[in-house]
Design a protein around this ligand. Sequence first.
Ligand code: TXA
Ligand code: MG
Length: 319
Amino acid sequence: MDVDSHSIERAARRLLRGVPVAMPTETVYGLAADATCEASVARVYRIKGRPSTNPLIVHVSSIEMARSCVGAWPARAQRLAEAFWPGPLTLVLPRGDRISTLATAGGETVAVRMPDHPVALALIERAGVPVVAPSANRSGTVSPTTAAHVREAFDAREVVVLDGGACREGIESTVVSLVHEVTTILRPGVIGRVQIEKALGERVHEAHTIAHTRQVQMSPGQLARHYAPQAPARLVDPSACVEVIEDAVVLAREGAWTGWRVIRMPNDAAAYARRLYAALHEADALHPSQILIERPPEDDEPLWRAIADRLRRACTSEG
Ligand code: TXA
Ligand code: MG
């Protein structure tokens, strides 16, 4: 672990006094606050500039703690937790009384996950309470995968930062709803539908998340525009490299783009996911007129699908 137990102890004490703590997880950095305390949760919404209609994920350090946050723990939840926790899978379940109503945006459900990172687990364990942890960025902007990204976004006086190095996965957890009879993936992520179906032994539905209708209400974070860099971003084909625009930045994968404003991206899905948000942060820092992103391969691999989902949101100008 890159963070010593003394720093975790101090961070846990400050968290319990209401100071948000940016903690590394295996996906992205999260902005942690006591999920049982309205005032602490309110502060996280405020400093992120997050609409209070968009609920937060509650992070736990054990299955037992997860069960203390929910109103029901169906057999499906137990199976998925045993198969994938600690790990990048979030379960949406009926809410428990213990959780701040702000954290659930006043709704009847709560999202819970056990992150697979020793620093996050130690912080939650030390604090002794479940913690909300939205991605540690300002609402609507690119998620942070390093402590430096978090420090760029927030004033050091308002957030404690635990530096656990770069995040291993690089994109946010898969969000799965167990609220209705049909298990439904609300946000694609590292863990794909087939893996979840294998663990459950039943069919799983995938919500089409870029939607303006029902889905937005089911998971308000799935608004079309999200994870977006400051410069307008556009998906392009590799063959489009002839029409490169002078002050654009390109996230290249296969195309023969040349120039100093070309950021080369890996061709392997896991490496691409790990690199994506850092590359968008770097692109933004060059203040380009626009960011051209080479289209990801049309591949059934869950990670490419999750990447395609994030890229579509980074590129849409709606919402
Ligand atoms: O990997 C992750 O999940 C990261 C790390 C830090 O754990 N966290 C994260 O949190 O991505 P955030 O707040 O950026 O995204 C939470 C997503 C949003 O899309 C939100 O709408 C959805 O989860 N969500 C939270 N509670 C929900 C609920 N009760 N029902 C449906 N969707 C919910
Ligand atoms: Mg986020």
